[in-house]
Design a protein around this ligand. Structure first.
Ligand SMILES: *Cc1c(COP(=O)(O)O)cnc(C)c1O
Length: 404
């Protein structure tokens, strides 16, 4: 027999004061539980194998089940946001051997909040003044020209002026009584004339705090402490890249006074530039557990797995006449086994972008990167085994366009 509840659900109606009211579909009681629903399919959103890497546009990384459990756990109880940030900050600082830490809404937000902390110190009035009124604060941050790849917008969000330098001499001349901070982009360590150690040394000589943007710079895992130990006053990491934490989380590590000052511009405090950079208890705890999980991984085994996957793709595509590969490991940032696939367009009548598009449009869809010269891939953001599908699809597409 059909129950009254089932009947009501079936009709999409609820009794209101003795009458039956028809509700819009979305308000009909209870929604099916999550696990039984294929949300992306319902929405018509494409899912894909991520052979590209940790890209914001491709939703970054997949969190370890431990992290999802922590997020689920945190979602069921209330805590004070400042208290959980205090406790998690202390624990993270222990784990990565620095003085203090806080969870931010990504590396970009760590840069903005860290810069704000350097500017304001522990004065909430000054935090309220940013980004327009620099009364009582320094107003310049120095950056090497070759480090200006766009992420320095995170610094500009505080309202400071960026002063660009190239040589050591430029830098020494640029430092003045308005210099609040010197910012370094780690993955361009070899692009500028001044390397990280020297950047720190010059900062110390002039009493100017230094910050290092290490967003994508694990692995190797040691980088989590290398740059605070080197003497950078603040170091920023993305939570949702190699650490595989929440995409909307990051780490600000370093001097306790500066990290605490950075938090003056972070939620729950309202009249601040950082109020929109909210991380809640779920991301804060998720970030901690992601870091613990990452630190406990067998990094050598991970590396062997990635090498094997890249080797598999290499061997697959080399079956197609005219194809060449280059296996490489970027020195800093996304420091993982990677492969570039190129071919002789006299032998294969497709451009790299056409092949990337064919991979994207196929089943399953596969995302890759590449600047028009090659199809570039990493395997660290894939599920193990997916390299076989990637290799097979590449072979199908390339041999399908083979002129021989
Ligand atoms: C990814 C990245 C950022 C931004 O990090 P989010 O965690 O996405 O905020 C900043 N700087 C560099 C060098 C990056 O690679």
């Amino acid at each position: 027999m059909i129950s009254r509840r089932q009947l009501l659900q079936h009709l999409g109606t609820v009794p209101v004061a003795g009458t039956l009211l028809t509700l819009p579909r979305a308000l009909q009681a209870p929604v099916e539980s999550g696990t039984s629903r294929d949300f992306f399919k319902e929405l018509g959103v494409r899912t894909f194998i991520n052979a590209a890497g940790t890209y914001t546009a491709l939703t970054g990384c997949m969190m370890h089940p431990n992290v999802i459990e922590a997020i689920d756990y945190a979602s069921k109880q209330y805590v004070s946001l400042d208290e959980i940030q205090d406790k998690v900050g202390e624990r993270i600082a222990e784990l990565v051997h620095c003085e203090y830490a806080t969870v931010t809404a990504g590396c970009f937000s760590a840069i903005t909040l860290g810069t704000a902390g350097v500017l304001t110190g522990m004065d909430p009035k000054k935090a309220d003044q940013l980004p327009n009124d620099f009364t009582g604060m320094k107003s310049e941050v120095i950056v090497q020209k070759s480090h200006r790849v766009g992420y320095d917008h995170a610094i500009k969000n505080t309202g400071v002026k960026i002063v660009q330098v190239e040589s050591r001499e430029d830098l020494e001349n640029a430092i003045n009584d308005q210099t609040a901070m010197m910012w370094f982009l780690n993955y361009h360590s070899h692009e500028g004339q001044i390397g990280p150690e020297e950047w720190v040394a010059i900062g110390k000589k002039h009493g100017v705090p230094t910050m290092n943007d290490c967003a994508a710079d694990v692995p190797p895992v040691e980088n989590l402490w290398k740059y605070t130990k080197m003497g950078f006053d603040l170091v920023c990491f993305s939570g949702g890249k190699g650490i595989r934490g929440p995409q909307s989380a990051g780490l600000l590590l370093g001097r306790k006074d500066l990290v605490q000052a950075a938090r003056l511009s972070a939620p729950p405090r309202g009249s601040t530039i950082g109020r929109g950079m909210k991380v809640n208890k779920e991301e804060v705890l998720g970030m901690l557990v992601a870091l613990e999980t990452y630190l406990n991984r067998d990094h050598e085994a991970d590396w062997k797995l990635w090498e094997g996957q890249i080797q598999h793709i290499h061997e697959a595509v080399m079956q197609v006449p005219g194809v060449e590969t280059e296996i490489h490991v970027p020195e800093i940032a996304n420091h993982v086994p990677s492969i570039r696939v190129r071919w002789d367009e006299n032998k294969i009548s497709m451009t790299p972008n056409e092949v990337r598009q064919a991979l994207r449009m196929g089943h399953p869809s596969i995302e890759t990167v590449g600047g028009g010269e090659s199809v570039d891939m990493t395997t660290w953001m894939m599920q193990p085994g997916e390299e076989r599908i990637v290799g097979k699809r590449l072979v199908e597409i390339l041999s399908g366009a083979s002129k021989t």
